[in-house]
Ligand binder design. Structure first.
Ligand code: F6P
Length: 548
C-alpha cells in the first residue's frame, strides 16, 4: 500500500483543514456546543483522554477515521500482533507486545511459540533479582549489593531510566539504580565517584552488544572494578548482561549464566518490557514489573478490540496526523504534570522520532507528505516558566499532550492540587486565549490611560485556539505507567502505517557511527585530517591548538 491510495481522503482533509484554519476557534466551539466534551473524550478504566480542546469537528474526526480505514490500520495492527515480518528492511517481526502477553495464548514466530522463552527469562530475572535484593547474591568480597549501574544507550537506557524515575515511590529500600549512557567519560566517572566497588553490580545492556558507547563504558567500568578490588576474578560477581547476542556477551568475559536474553523481534526502543527492564526489577521488585507488563497488556487489548472511533492510540495518532499533515505543525510537546514522568519526553523522543523520522515509504519511494514531528517537552509546572510563552504567543502551532494524575503518591495534597490547577489552567488558557477587548477592560480597570492601553494591549492579547489533549489517570502506579507507555507505542504504530513508513528500523543512525570511527584516529592525532572537508579538518586543527 502506498499513500497514493489515500489521495481522496487527504484531499477531503485538506478542504476541512482550510476551513478550520479560517473559521474555527475553540472558544466559539465550546460556547456553541455543550456536547463537545461529551463527544470528544475517551475513557478506558481509570484512564481518561479529553481531546475536546483540539482543532477538530465531527467532520474532521469522521474523515480521519476514514483515513485510518483506507490505510488498513486494523489489518496492519493484526499483522503486527500475529508476528508477520512487518519490519521489512530488517526482515523481522515486531513483537514487543508478546513480552507482556502473560495471560494470552501462544505467539508464533517461524512456527514456534515464543511465549515459553519469554516466561523463562522473566522467571530467571525474578530469581536473580530476589537473590540480589535478599542479599544472597554477594559481591567478590562477600558483601551484598546496594548499587546497580545500568550501562546502555538509546533503547537500552531511555526506557529503564524513564520507568525507574516514574516508579520512584515504589523503589525498594537498599538498592539504588544508576544509569550510564553517554560515552562522555564524565557520565561514568561522576556515577562511580560515590559508589563502593565491593557493593556495586553492573548491568551491561545492549541488544546488539556492539554499540561503541556501551562497550567503551563497560570496559572502563570493568577496569575500575578490577583496579579497586585488585582481582580480575571480581568481574564474575559484579557484571551481568542483557542482550540478544549472548555469544558477544561471552566474548566480553561475562558468564552467560549471568546474562538475560531477548530476541531480534524486540526493537531497541520497544525493549523496556524485555530483559532490558532488569534494572527496574532490581529497583522495584519483580511484582511491580509484572504489574507494568499487565498494564501494557491491557492497552494492547484495548488497541486490538476497541472500535477505531473509541480507540485511544488510534485517536491520538489521527489527531497528530491532522496537525502534522493538514495544519502544518512541525513539533508535538509532551508536558507531564507529574515529576515522576520527567524522562517521558526524552523516552518518547526516541520512541517516536527514531520510529517515524523517515523520508521513504515502505516500498522505498520518497514520502509525499510530512512524516514524524519533532517530539519535545518537560514536566509542568517547570515548563510554564520556560518555554510556554512560545506556545501561547509564538508563531508556531504546537499541539501538546498534558498528562496528570488525579491522586498523588505523596502526602503533600496542597502541592498536588496546585499542580492539577496549573495543568487545567494551561489547557484552558491555550484554548480560549484572551481577546483584545478583555485586555482593554482589564487594563482600564487598573487605571491606565487610553494611550497606555493602546500601546500595551497587543502584547497582552492571547490568540487562543491552541490545541491540547488532556491525559488524566488515577495515579502513576506500575499498571497505569505500562498502559500509558503502550498507548504511545501504538499511537506511533498507527502514524507509521498512515505515513507508510517502516517504524521499526533506524538506518539514519548509522552514518554518524561510521564517520565517528573514521574520525577517531584523526582526533587522536594518529592520522591526518587533510582529506576531510575544510570545516572538519579546520576543527581538528583547532582542537589540537586548544589542547596544546
Ligand atoms: O543508535 C541507535 C540504536 O541502534 C537504537 O536503536 C538502540 O536503542 C541503541 O542504538 C542501542 O543499541 P544496543 O541496545 O544494540 O546497544
Amino acid at each position: 500500500m502506498s499513500t497514493e491510495n489515500l489521495t481522496d481522503r487527504w484531499e477531503n482533509l485538506e478542504k476541512l483543514g482550510a476551513d478550520i484554519a479560517q473559521n474555527f476557534h475553540l472558544r466559539r466551539a465550546f460556547a456553541s456546543d455543550a456536547g463537545r466534551f461529551g463527544r470528544y473524550h475517551l475513557q478506558f478504566d481509570d484512564l481518561f483522554v479529553d481531546y475536546s480542546k483540539n482543532l477538530v469537528t465531527d467532520a474532521v474526526m469522521g474523515e480521519l477515521i476514514d483515513l485510518a480505514k483506507a490505510a488498513n490500520v486494523t489489518e496492519w495492527r493484526d499483522r503486527m500482533f500475529a508476528g508477520d515480518r512487518i519490519n521489512i528492511t530488517e526482515n523481522r517481526a515486531v513483537l514487543h507486545t508478546a513480552l507482556r502477553n502473560l495471560d494470552g495464548g501462544p505467539v508464533m514466530v517461524d512456527g514456534q511459540d515464543i511465549m515459553p522463552g519469554i516466561k523463562d527469562v522473566l522467571a530467571r530475572m525474578k530469581a536473580f533479582a530476589a537473590r540480589v535484593q535478599g542479599g544472597d547474591w554477594k559481591g567478590h568480597t562477600g558483601k551484598t549489593i546496594c548499587d546497580v549501574v545500568n550501562i546502555g544507550i538509546g533503547g537500552s537506557d531511555l526506557g529503564p531510566v524513564m520507568i525507574n524515575e516514574a516508579l520512584r515511590p515504589f523503589h525498594l529500600d537498599g538498592i539504588r539504580a544508576h544509569f550510564v549512557s553517554n560515552v562522555d567519560g564524565a557520565h561514568l566517572v561522576d556515577t562511580l565517584k560515590d559508589l563502593d566497588p565491593e557493593r556495586t553490580l553492573f548491568v551491561i545492556a545492549s541488544k546488539t552488544f556492539t554499540t561503541d558507547e556501551t562497550l567503551t563504558n563497560a570496559l572502563s567500568a570493568r577496569a575500575w572494578l578490577i583496579e579497586k578490588l585488585g582481582d580480575d576474578g571480581a568481574v564474575a560477581k559484579h557484571f551481568v548482561a542483557v542482550s540478544t547476542a549472548l555469544d558477544k556477551v561471552a566474548d566480553f568475559g561475562i558468564d552467560t549464566d549471568n546474562a538475560f536474553g531477548f530476541w531480534d523481534w524486540v526493537g531497541g526502543r520497544y525493549s523496556l518490557w524485555s530483559a532490558i527492564g532488569l534494572p527496574v526489577i532490581l529497583a522495584v521488585g519483580y511484582d511491580k514489573f509484572e504489574e507494568l507488563l499487565r498494564g501494557a497488556a491491557s492497552m494492547d487489548h484495548h488497541f486490538r478490540t476497541a472500535r477505531l472511533a473509541e480507540n485511544i492510540p488510534v485517536i491520538l495518532a489521527l489527531i497528530g496526523v491532522w496537525y502534522r499533515n493538514i495544519l502544518g505543525a512541525a513539533s508535538h510537546a509532551i508536558l507531564p504534570y507529574d515529576q515522576h514522568l520527567s524522562r517521558l519526553p526524552a523516552y518518547l523522543q526516541q520512541a517516536d522520532m527514531e520510529s517515524n523520522g523517515k523520508s521513504v515509504q515502505r516500498d522505498g519511494k520518497k514520502v509525499t507528505r510530512a512524516s514524524g514531528p519533532v517530539i519535545w517537552g518537560e514536566p509542568g509546572t517547570n515548563g510554564q516558566h520556560a518555554f510556554y510563552q512560545l506556545i501561547h504567543q509564538g508563531t508556531e502551532l504546537i499541539p501538546v499532550d498534558f498528562l496528570v494524575a488525579a491522586k498523588a503518591l505523596h502526602p503533600l495534597q496542597n502541592h498536588h492540587d496546585k499542580l492539577v490547577a496549573n495543568c487545567l489552567a494551561q489547557a484552558e488558557a491555550l484554548m480560549r486565549g484572551k481577546t483584545a477587548q478583555e485586555v482593554q477592560v482589564e487594563l482600564a480597570a487598573q487605571g491606565m490611560s487610553d494611550g497606555e492601553i493602546a500601546a500595551l494591549a497587543p502584547h497582552k492579547v492571547f490568540a487562543g485556539n491552541k490545541p491540547s489533549t488532556m491525559i488524566l489517570y488515577k495515579q502513576l502506579d506500575p499498571f497505569t505507567l505500562g498502559r500509558l507507555v503502550a498507548m504511545y507505542e501504538h499511537k506511533i504504530f498507527v502514524q507509521g502505517i498512515i505515513w507508510n513508513v517502516n517504524s521499526y528500523d533506524q538506518w539514519g543512525v548509522e552514518l554518524g557511527k561510521q564517520l565517528a570511527k573514521e574520525l577517531l584516529p584523526m582526533v587522536r592525532g594518529e592520522e591526518t585530517a587533510q582529506n576531510r572537508d575544510s570545516s572538519t579538518a579546520g576543527l581538528i586543527d583547532q582542537l589540537y591548538s586548544l589542547r596544546s
